[in-house]
Design a protein around this ligand. Structure first.
Ligand SMILES: *[C@@H]1O[C@H](CO)[C@@H](O)[C@H](O)[C@H]1NC(C)=O
Ligand SMILES: *[C@@H]1O[C@H](CO)[C@@H](O)[C@H](O)[C@H]1NC(C)=O
Length: 347
């Protein structure tokens, strides 16, 4: 057992830091914030243990590295990687099964993008923004610009085929790769966990989302994950006009009929194993509509924000504090009715 853990840690330490990110796993979140059940995987998944696996079997970059103009995104650019065009799973990587309205964690590795921010000058302090779009009407050959920046939370944006379900900071405030950087050291001490076979000694990042409560059961529901990680103009001499850098993962969840009732975000257990835990701030705000949530922890990156951004961040933190004092509890019986109760909790 001890040897296995040592090997896992050694393996994790040897992981290259230049790898980019994709959704590695989808997991249901129980009402107490704990990951439960059998995980699911994206379309055409390559597990890290699959023969032939390398980062490039899963990463998908927009605009492609071959484009001369590094800020240009074309209307013809596809949203999904070639191996993720069809709604097909690979052997050993089934879809997640979830009921409508379920809370789900989408997990990805930070690969140094959070803990070693000095490696890429000009990147945003939140390490980019992650978006999840949802649809029951995906298209083979889906175009990136038909979805990203087009679909809205209320479903009226773009061609109206889908919705924006979530928008978060890439840095979830906890995640880290084990490396010798200061941020990693601080987080290893603060967010200690036992190395496991899946993550090794690293702690993966997550984006916690909620499936729409009206997602039809007996069908797959499509999720498009978009990580928008631009380089600002003038920050890196290689890219005087900045650079667009976007990665996506395309996936489905099989929506199954709910048995009984589900409660969401009313009983998060703050003292639990971090290997299996949702991010409290993200989990608590499920169902509150889309906005970038204050992470509740100090931002990882040294701040290069201007005053306006700082003020916005402070306003967001104030909102987050207000939101925790009057936490919303939603108990839903999916077959018949939804009731929303506002509860004042002692602070
Ligand atoms: C590169 O693309 C951007 C965005 O489409 C455009 O504004 C810019 O003019 C292009 N640059 C060149 C040199 O074509
Ligand atoms: C949270 O609830 C799940 C499902 O009921 C359970 O398996 C898990 O042990 C609970 N977590 C904690 C930390 O008690």
């Amino acid at each position: 057992m001890m040897l296995a853990i040592i090997l896992i840690v050694l393996f994790a330490l040897n992981t290259p830091i230049n790898a980019h990110s994709w959704i590695e796993q989808l997991t249901l979140i129980a009402p107490n914030g704990t990951f439960v059940g059998t995980p699911g995987y994206p379309r055409g998944n390559y597990l890290r243990s699959t023969s032939g696996y390398s980062d490039t079997t899963m990463t998908y970059l927009i605009p492609p590295g071959s484009r001369a103009n590094v800020t240009e995104i074309l209307p013809t650019d596809k949203l999904c990687k070639d191996t993720q065009q069809e709604q097909k799973q690979s052997d050993g990587s089934p879809r997640l099964e979830a009921s409508a309205g379920a809370a789900i964690a989408l997990r990805f590795q930070e690969n140094g993008h959070v803990t070693l921010p000095q490696n890429q000058p000009g990147k945003p302090p939140n390490r980019g923004t992650v978006y999840v779009y949802g649809t029951t009407q995906p298209k083979t050959g889906e175009k990136f610009l038909d979805v990203h920046g087009a679909w809205t939370a209320d479903g009226t944006g773009g061609d109206g085929r889908g919705v924006l379900l979530s928008k978060q900071n890439f840095d979830d405030g906890r995640c880290y790769q084990v490396n010798s950087g200061e941020i990693s050291g601080t987080r290893q001490a603060k967010f200690t966990h036992t190395a496991n076979q899946l993550m090794g000694a690293d702690l993966w990042c997550q984006q916690d989302i909620q499936l729409p409560s009206n997602a039809p059961s007996g069908k797959p529901y499509t999720l498009y994950w978009v990580w928008d990680w631009p380089t600002a103009a003038g920050a890196d001499p290689t890219y005087p006009n900045g650079k667009a850098e976007i990665y996506t993962t395309c996936m489905e969840v099989d929506v199954v009929t709910t048995v009984g009732k589900q409660a969401v975000n009313d009983e998060y257990d703050i003292d639990q194993d971090l290997n299996q835990a949702a991010i409290p701030a993200q989990f608590d705000s499920l169902g509150d509509g889309v906005s970038v949530q204050a992470s509740g922890t100090t931002p990882a990156a040294p701040s290069t924000q201007n005053t306006q951004t700082t003020l916005t961040t402070m306003a967001r933190s104030a909102t987050a504090v207000a939101a925790t004092t009057a936490r919303r509890v939603t108990v839903t019986d999916w077959e018949t009715s939804t009731s929303t109760v506002y509860m004042s909790l002692p602070t």
